[in-house]
Design a protein around this ligand. Structure first.
Ligand SMILES: [Fe+2]
Length: 211
């Protein structure tokens, strides 16, 4: 027999869950697949590590490439926001060069106006946002942006975001290493023109669900 106190506890949990998570409170969001950090995480950090990779402090020119706004929410499997977590991204510049790493591909110039790496902290809604460039391919890889998520109580999580419609996606060993097509799909983001935000800008949403 279930006591009155137990009933109230159950009701309390259910009501709290409903108010926090909305009508889908019972939902179990599938986790974002984990992906390798790869060899190009910065070995040293620049002085400018903010969430705008298109502008480097002290430089007069913006990065070359198509400005792209990437934003999303960091969630747990129940759909609850994870606030106060650090989100880092890094990617190659428009010439296919990573920054702050040992890179012997000196046949291609570095775009010194691209920040290459940036970080931010999720807000109370679990939201993050970056202003960067549309990722480009480099030898052996389809376009992608590296992500790392960390914070107190969180195991460091790394993954990669891909661009919908890229023909190289189907031949990318890292992306195709996610065997489950539904899992792969959660890493692939459509980028749409977003003139309402900024001229000649793309925007995409990449929500990250930690398992
Ligand atoms: Fe990479």
């Amino acid at each position: 027999m279930i006591g009155r106190r137990r009933v109230l506890e159950v009701l309390g949990v259910a009501v709290a869950g409903f108010s926090l998570r909305g009508p889908g409170w019972a939902s179990n969001l599938p986790p974002t697949p984990r992906q390798t950090a790869g060899p190009f995480y910065p070995m040293a950090f620049p002085s400018d590590v903010d969430n705008d990779l298109v502008l480097v402090t002290g430089h007069n020119s913006p990065a070359k490439g198509t400005v792209t706004r990437v934003s999303g929410r960091l969630l747990d499997p129940a759909g609850r926001a994870i606030a106060g977590a650090r989100v880092e991204i890094w990617q190659c510049d428009v010439n296919g060069r990573y920054h702050y790493v040992d890179d012997d591909r000196t046949d291609r110039p570095i775009d010194e106006n691209f920040q290459g790496y940036g970080q931010t902290v999720t807000d109370d809604a679990g939201a993050y946002r970056f202003r960067t460039i549309r990722p480009v391919p480099y030898p052996g890889r389809t376009p992608h942006i590296h992500f790392a998520v960390s914070g107190s109580g969180l195991q460091r999580f790394t993954t990669q975001m891909y661009v919908a419609g890229e023909p190289l996606n189907q031949r990318d060993g890292v992306l195709m290493g996610v065997r489950d097509p539904a899992g792969r799909a959660r890493l692939i983001v459509p980028l749409r023109p977003a003139p309402e935000i900024e001229a000649n800008t793309l925007a995409g949403t990449f929500d990250i669900v930690l398992g």
